[in-house]
Write a protein that binds this ligand. Structure first.
Ligand code: SAM
Length: 321
């Protein structure tokens, strides 16, 4: 279905839980979050209902995210049900990778096509620090497991933070020399925990890119991809830059989001939300109409760079990155 700006909205990103098994400093409060009563969170059956209608409206690409999607009970059956919806062409998941070793094969069998793994450092101690306790080795084993079962392509999403991991850019880029993976640098956004962080923590992708002189631009054939891709002359993998701050990609945005507590979010960078949970629970209105409304009201462009931009109320773990 087309939105009011003529963009074809065919990509649904679903956050299936706010809970996470990590406490990344820029994403989650140190002591975690209070577990919501299960009634406040959509059941997986309800999420399936919404997805079914979205697919009927033209969605053919679905990403499952969170919180950490792999901590939600019933995840494998849920993936299986979504994969079986006629019309789904691409079913992906964003995960921190901690549980991938355990679940990779089952996820593949259930019909998941691919995974994006969030990884901000290749150093044990730093990983422990930024995630407040995570184990890097477990994530690396998870990545290996995903590769082995064929969850392809593997994309590593890395947020570069000033004075923390900006000395690791070359190490991440170097991963693409031997491995057919995609390393994507995502600019830190002033959302949630990071909204009060000092300016020097935010490094534009332009600055990072300029540090690697041998990058050769490539086009991956998907104009809706938020990433601009490059490769090293002898590289097998790709390097992507996702610049939500320094050069937004709203013109080609084809996404709509569903949060775990049952809100449709037409734009990541806007506080606008449409309650779909009440309609699901009380048969109020028409779910299809609410989805259409969300698509039609999608802002033409985000205003995150405006000085008077209202702060984003939801933290990323409650939106799903
Ligand atoms: N737990 C999963 C994971 O780690 O990939 C999925 C949810 S997590 C919220 C999704 C992504 O959001 C992660 O890659 C994380 O780095 C990113 N993220 C969270 N807060 C962010 C921020 N303020 N700026 C940029 N990316 C952020």
């Amino acid at each position: 279905m087309k939105d009011a700006s003529g963009r074809n909205i065919n990509y649904l990103r679903i956050s299936i839980t706010d809970l996470c098994n990590l406490r990344c400093m820029y994403c989650m409060p140190q002591n975690g979050i209070e577990k919501k009563h299960h009634k406040e969170i959509l059941s997986l059956e309800e999420i399936y209902e919404v997805t079914k209608i979205a697919v009927d409206l033209g969605v053919d690409k679905v990403r499952i995210t969170g919180g950490e999607p792999l901590v939600r009970n019933g995840i494998i059956k849920f993936i299986e049900s979504i994969a079986q919806l006629e019309g789904i062409r691409d079913l992906a998941m964003t995960t921190n990778g901690l549980l991938l070793k355990e679940y990779a094969q089952e996820l593949k069998n259930a019909g998941l096509d691919r995974v994006n793994i969030s990884l901000d450092t290749l150093k044990d101690e730093k990983y422990k620090e930024i995630t407040r306790g995570g184990n890097l080795k477990t994530v690396l084993e998870g990545i290996e497991a995903a590769k082995k079962v064929g969850l392809n392509p593997i994309k590593i999403n890395t947020v570069i933070i000033g004075n923390f991991n900006d000395d690791e850019v070359e190490d991440f880029v170097g991963l693409t020399l031997k491995e057919n993976i995609e390393v994507r640098f995502i600019e830190l956004m002033p959302i949630g925990q990071a909204s009060t962080w000092a300016k020097n923590k935010f490094i534009s992708n332009g600055t990072i890119k300029d540090r690697i002189s041998e990058l050769m631009p490539i086009y991956d054939g998907d104009k809706h991809s938020p990433a601009k891709y490059y490769k090293l002359p002898d590289g097998v993998g790709k390097i992507g830059f996702i610049n939500p701050i320094s050069s937004h990609f709203c013109k080609y945005c084809n996404r709509i989001r569903l949060t775990a507590d049952g809100r449709l979010k037409p734009c990541l960078h806007s506080n606008q939300e449409i309650d779909i949970k009440t309609a699901l629970r009380h048969n109020i209105g028409d779910l299809r109409k609410l989805l259409e409304e969300a698509i039609l009201s999608k802002p033409s462009q985000h205003t995150l760079n405006d000085l008077d931009h209202e702060p984003i109320v939801r933290d990323m773990y409650r939106i799903g990155g």
